[in-house]
Design a protein around this ligand. Structure first.
Ligand code: PLP
Length: 432
């Protein structure tokens, strides 16, 4: 058995007055690679993925890491080498998985990849059929018709699951809740059987699984079990109908703790897996799960530098060189990220500030009215729990270069993405 250090949920710890990741000083990394930058603990990413795999050891399963949480090639490679599969939502993410695999392993990694998303295009389907992915998680009848058409054109059978919408409510931010009939996702579970049966005679479609994904950042395990129980009823009906359903894809969405440092990831995974197992009972299926945030979220921090302090009347602003284009979660989901100084301040004084970026939007903030140690111009801070939906949601808005990424593994740091250049930004443009 592998040993896990589980004292804290985060791989960032204060050592000798400085924040470190796996023994590497964040200040040193910021000096070497500039700011803002993203720093990740490879060790934690691997541990988190392993938590799911260990908890599921009794069952045939594949952990299909949700690529959109953090799609950097080095991270995909690391997880693929550990045996993880992938959950992709675009042709671009398929290209990433294949690039991370490298030529020799592309077919093998594709065979552990499921393709989710409500708007797959013919081109994306063609690429995924040609790569030989495990299955398509199909979200509408129209999509299933197009998939049949593309499979026929390619002369291959397409394995598919319907992503069902179980109409289960999960407490999370409305923008990341997906399992209610009011959402655009999936096919109403009451209609799914009819859809499976009406395509059952297709020569080009192979009904392989049933999938569900009820949302993201879900902290309770009960909604997962409730959704899975509904899926399993459907699996039994489909098998009675003579369909060879072998896979059940329980989706992703297990939440992390953004505020409290003492979150027990291992216990959370144990509770999650136990509730899935209970719902599954002794049903003979290959279980797929698609965790994203839980694997990479707490492993990463964004590290900006304070460029200015500013007072507007009563209000104090700390302006950093990172902005909403680097980490949009506060603006998009009113998300909370802990902010800590990278170097322990000499004084214990605190003040109430807004931490903001330089982008020309009032939505460009990391914290409102936050009590923080007094930060001076030039100080480094860490935006914690930024490993998921941080860099992967970053953009070039305001013609800002996307931040570099550093991966720390076994006490050593390596640059896995360098900062962009302006020339790269303009490369696709012409002057007319
Ligand atoms: C986004 C997504 C996931 C991952 O969600 P997390 O909350 O990051 O675990 C898994 N499956 C599907 C279909 C998704 O869209």
């Amino acid at each position: 058995m592998q040993q896990f250090e589980n004292e804290s949920s985060r791989p960032f710890t204060m050592g000798e007055g400085e924040l470190c990741c796996g023994g590497v000083s964040l200040r040193a990394l910021a000096e070497e690679f500039g700011t803002p930058l993203y720093i990740y603990s490879a060790d934690q990413i691997l541990q988190r993925a392993q938590l799911f795999r260990s908890a599921l050891w009794q069952r045939t399963h594949t952990v299909c890491y949700a690529v959109k949480a953090n799609s950097s090639l080095a991270i995909l490679r690391m997880l693929g080498e550990q045996g993880c599969g992938f959950d992709i939502v675009s042709g671009g993410e398929l290209a990433r998985v294949l690039a991370a695999a490298g030529e020799g392993r592309a077919a093998e990694w594709a065979a552990r990849t499921v393709f989710s998303g409500v708007g797959k295009t013919a081109e994306e389907m063609d690429a995924a059929l040609s790569a030989g992915i495990l299955m398509f998680n199909v979200e509408s009848e129209a999509e299933l018709r197009l998939l049949e058409n593309r499979a026929s054109a390619a002369g291959v059978r397409a394995r598919f699951a319907l992503r069902v919408n179980p109409d289960v409510f999960a407490e999370t931010h409305p923008y990341i809740s997906t399992g209610l009939s009011a959402h655009k996702f999936g096919i109403a579970i009451a209609l799914a059987r009819h859809v499976y049966v009406s395509f059952a005679t297709s020569q080009w479609l192979e009904p392989t699984g049933v999938s569900v994904h009820i949302g993201s950042q879900i902290r309770q395990v009960e909604p997962f079990a409730a959704a899975l129980a509904r899926v399993l009823d459907l699996v039994q009906q489909l098998r009675e109908d003579g369909l060879p359903i072998r896979y059940v894809d329980a989706g992703g969405g297990l939440g992390i703790e953004y505020a409290d440092a003492h979150f027990d990831a291992r216990e959370q995974v144990a509770r999650y897996v136990a509730s899935l197992q209970q719902a599954l009972g002794d049903l003979d299926v290959h279980l797929l799960i698609e965790p994203g945030r839980f694997v990479v979220g707490q492993a990463g921090a964004g590290v900006p530098r304070v460029v200015y302090n500013k007072h507007n009347g009563e209000k104090k602003f700390v302006i950093t060189d990172a902005a909403m284009n680097d980490l949009i979660r506060p603006a998009l989901y009113q998300a909370h990220h802990e902010i800590v100084p990278v170097v322990q301040p000499a004084s214990a004084a605190v003040e109430i500030v807004d931490v903001v970026g330089p982008v020309c939007e009032s939505g460009d903030f990391f914290a409102h009215d936050r009590t923080l140690p007094v930060l001076e111009q030039g100080d480094l801070v860490a935006l914690l729990d930024a490993g998921a939906y941080g860099q992967s949601q970053s953009s070039n808005y305001n013609t800002r270069l996307r931040a570099p990424e550093v991966l720390v593994q076994g006490g050593k740091a390596r640059l896995i993405r360098r900062r962009e250049t302006y020339l790269e930004l303009f490369a696709g443009e012409s002057l007319g």
